[in-house]
Write a protein of this length. Structure first.
Length: 417
């Protein structure tokens, strides 16, 4: 899910106004208005990317926020439900984290010890392994509070075709050749991981890339980059917000798509727009509610889509077993992978999550792996729970907007950075 980098060595005066609004490496943010509009109709940031300089100004470089000390030492007895978790279900995800962390010295001893247990250790063996080789660290918010927001995301399935027709006429576009993806970290090390998108305009200047509305109005410009044609534009929209997905072709075969890049505009919620316009009530602005509104108002589809100027470009990847590849570079595991803010939770680390199931008070307490990021996943206690692939996963992800607590498990006698 990590976008490719195009380093531009020239100096672009326009870019400094864009830098602090630049997006992170993935769109992957949650189903609640981050990776999709599903779970809660309350607006929250989505796949955030760099807007044009004319639309918003930037704070000075010194104002880049710091999370302070988001991790504090804890005891195993503080983890509610730790002894009841079916830890054997988490083992494949932990082994995937070890593959992603192979070059980091702090992880090499514990991962080597983990591999020595084999591929199918028992839950009791895994519990002894973690309690003997790891220490828990409670995740805190910047204000010192312990609770935060837990949302969900998933890998959608839509219908599509290799050939354009009356039934399949919405292009799924790959990364355009003229899209500039500018890395300024050489000049501003504090901006490492942030990037600016644009294109070359007149007089050798970088200008903002085309908006969603502009891209939809000129499909011929992107014809040579069109990967597939989708049957349903709103299903395609939600797949873009999720950042990845699978496409079922007419012959029944599946094509897997991963995040390629973004046009560099901030995400705007179409659900919030429908509520503000009085078209839907707040409790109706779910993914299903938005789809129903589109079916009842087909003539207003382009008006609705234009509300969100952000546009996600895809790349076709092998349809291998497992979930989509996350920011760690490893396939996500259904129900055991999550997206985090890597400024407060180290990417790849085991994380014990205590929250509740969607739309209920039933505890959801289990060992997860921090294997992904998302531009809307910002803050200390902020997680995005990966529910898996398909309609049922989308339903669960779309309903999830729960309070939760988190503990990072870190190699014993080491202090997490």
């Amino acid at each position: 899910m990590l976008p490719r980098f195009l380093r531009v060595q020239s100096a672009f005066p326009l870019l400094t106004a864009l830098v602090l609004a630049a997006c992170s490496s993935t769109p992957i943010a949650p189903v609640v208005e981050s990776r999709s509009e599903v779970p809660a109709p309350v607006a929250s940031p989505g796949p955030v990317a760099a807007p044009p300089a004319a639309t918003r100004s930037s704070p000075p470089l010194a104002s880049v926020p710091s999370l302070g000390r988001p991790l504090q030492p804890a005891e195993w007895s503080e983890l509610p439900g730790w002894n009841a978790d079916a830890l054997e279900e988490s083992w494949p995800a932990f082994m995937a984290s070890c593959r992603g962390l192979a070059r980091q010295p702090v992880w090499q001893p514990v991962c080597e010890a983990g591999r020595a247990l084999g591929t199918t250790p028992s839950g009791s063996e895994i519990r002894r392994f973690f309690e003997g080789r790891f220490s828990p660290w409670r995740v805190l918010n910047q204000d010192g509070t312990k609770e935060g927001l837990i949302t969900g995301y998933y890998e959608p399935l839509i219908r599509g075709s290799r050939a354009k027709s009356r039934d399949y006429n919405w292009p799924v576009i790959g990364v355009p050749d003229d899209l500039l993806n500018v890395d300024l970290s050489d000049a501003y090390p504090e901006l490492k991981g942030l990037r600016v998108r644009g294109r070359m305009g007149g007089h050798n200047k970088v200008v903002p890339y085309y908006t969603r509305a502009e891209i939809n109005r000129m499909p011929e410009r992107f014809a040579h980059k069109t990967l597939l044609y989708a049957a349903d534009p709103i299903e395609l929209f939600f797949m873009q917000v999720q950042g990845s997905g699978r496409v079922q072709l007419p012959d029944g075969s599946l094509v897997r798509l991963a995040y390629g890049d973004t046009n560099g505009y901030p995400y705007q919620s179409i659900g919030r727009w429908l509520v503000d316009k009085g078209e839907l009530k707040l409790e109706q602005a779910s993914m299903d509610g938005i789809k129903n509104w589109v079916r009842a108002n087909p003539a207003r589809l382009n008006e609705l889509l234009a509300v969100n100027p952000s546009y996600i470009f895809f790349k076709e990847v092998p349809n291998t077993p497992g979930g989509p590849v996350g920011a760690l570079g490893q396939p996500l595991t259904e129900g055991r992978s999550m997206a985090v803010d890597p400024r407060s939770v180290p990417l790849g680390a085991p994380v014990f999550l205590s929250t509740t199931n969607p739309l209920s008070t039933q505890p959801l307490q289990r060992l997860m792996m921090a294997q992904d990021t998302g531009s809307a996943i910002k803050g200390g206690v902020r997680g995005d729970f990966f529910w898996g692939f398909g309609l049922d996963a989308g339903t669960m992800a779309g309903r999830m907007r729960q309070k939760g607590e988190m503990w990072v498990l870190w190699p014993r006698d080491q202090t997490p950075r």
